[in-house]
Design a protein around this ligand. Structure first.
Ligand code: SF4
Length: 395
């Protein structure tokens, strides 16, 4: 099997959101393509997409795939849509291919009725939240400027009940480097065994991080993450899986599973917009207007056709598409040049190391000290991390 195939299909089932986060790459940054897209994916577009996915599975002899319902806010697609969509997908695909369903939601609409539906349909759900109220209110308000925190916290409490363990998918949290990482981790801890994907904000070489944290003035994000790592590791709180640490450690001990933001293994992901257009990974909307467009769609093109697009192909041949500085870097197998949207430069395009290069050097070397400490810790790490992904989608 060559590397040019898709295994994670990210379906934009709603191209609008019910809250108004100020850092949202879908609506608030460079790309404004959402304005011309249907607000919901019509069920006929979903049916056509599944036909293409089926064709792709058969031609590449795939044994398992993931379908991620995404937005905007995917719950805006409505309960009937999910009922119809999942029933159709299972009918079309599950006799010859294992299909896992996931979703990334802001949690505002999630109540017990939704949770029960998702449980019955076996759709895992991850919640986006930046932490306790004060932190979450920094960026994640609704359209009236009110806090979304109480509604999201209520959703987290529902999902933390034992009957939902099968669909509980963890949290996406954007790092605020001025916050206290220990206080934040302790807050998450009250929701029990979980996984957290701490995300670096979508800055790049054009739109740089605030000066106190940029690569010229220091490595504030790296320091924040190193502090979090120390507390997480030294207090043995491994009932909380932290994706950025587990991914980096996995790569540092020679692992090869595909990691969205790091490493050199190919990423087998495609995005399908509400109108059926194929797009490059959605976080690229933070770079420039039109960055994700392929001008190819599910009516006229197969998934194989999208590999002629640079921003899709470059994620399957990561090393060859890195700048010289990264190709020669000692840390490249773990870092992989960083996440592609963070490499964008208005003149040099993506031929740059991530804007977080200094942060990642600091963090990787910090973790490396633990790995080198002694053989026992190394063995412990290998056992702890294993060889399978943590399974949280960072997209
Ligand atoms: S981004 Fe920096 S740390 Fe990462 S591979 Fe490139 S040069 Fe090395």
């Amino acid at each position: 099997m060559n590397d040019l195939f898709v295994q994670t299909f990210l379906l934009k089932v709603a191209a609008r959101c019910n809250i108004d986060c100020d850092y949202c790459y879908e609506y608030k940054l460079a790309d404004q393509s959402w304005r011309s897209k249907p607000s919901r994916m019509p069920i006929q577009v979903l049916f056509k997409t599944i036909k293409r996915i089926k064709e792709h599975i058969l031609s590449h002899e795939l044994k398992g795939i993931s379908i991620i319902f995404h937005g905007g806010e995917p719950l805006l697609a409505g309960k009937d849509f999910f009922e119809q969509a999942v029933t159709h997908i299972n009918g079309e695909l599950s006799s010859f291919c294992e299909v896992k369903f996931g979703m990334q939601s802001n949690g505002v609409l999630l109540d017990a009725e939704w949770a029960n539906l998702l449980l019955r349909l076996k759709v895992g759900i991850g919640i986006s939240i930046d932490g306790y109220k004060q932190l979450n209110d920094e960026h994640r308000l609704d359209y009236r400027g009110n806090s979304t925190f109480p509604r999201v916290e209520a959703a987290m409490k529902i999902l933390s009940q034992p009957q939902y363990s099968e669909i509980r998918g963890g949290f996406l949290t954007v790092i605020q480097p001025e916050s206290n990482p220990i206080k934040l981790l302790e807050w998450f801890r009250k929701f029990g065994k979980t996984q957290i994907d701490f995300l670096l904000p979508h800055y790049n070489h054009q739109r740089k991080p605030p000066s106190a944290y940029d690569a010229v003035h220091g490595y504030g994000y790296g320091l924040w993450l190193a502090q979090l790592f120390d507390y997480w590791w030294n207090n043995d709180i491994h009932e909380i899986k932290i994706r950025i640490f587990e991914d980096l450690m996995h790569l540092m001990i020679g692992g090869r599973y595909a990691v969205e933001s790091f490493g050199l293994s190919p990423v087998h992901l495609a995005v399908i917009q509400t109108d059926g257009e194929y797009e490059a990974v959605d976080s690229l909307k933070s770079t420039y207007d039109g960055a994700v467009s392929t001008s190819k769609n599910i009516s006229d093109h197969s998934f194989d056709d999208i590999f002629s697009e640079y921003l899709i192909l470059s994620r399957t041949a990561k090393f060859e598409n890195l700048p010289e500085k990264c190709r020669e870097c000692r840390l490249v197998k773990a870092c992989g040049g960083g996440y592609i949207p963070h490499r964008y430069h208005p003149v040099f395009g993506f031929n740059m190391p991530t804007i977080y290069c200094q942060d990642l050097i600091f963090l990787i070397k910090h973790i490396e000290k633990y790995l080198l400490l002694d053989e026992k810790i190394r063995t412990q790490l290998v056992e702890h991390i294993g060889s399978t992904p943590t399974g949280i989608s960072s997209v």
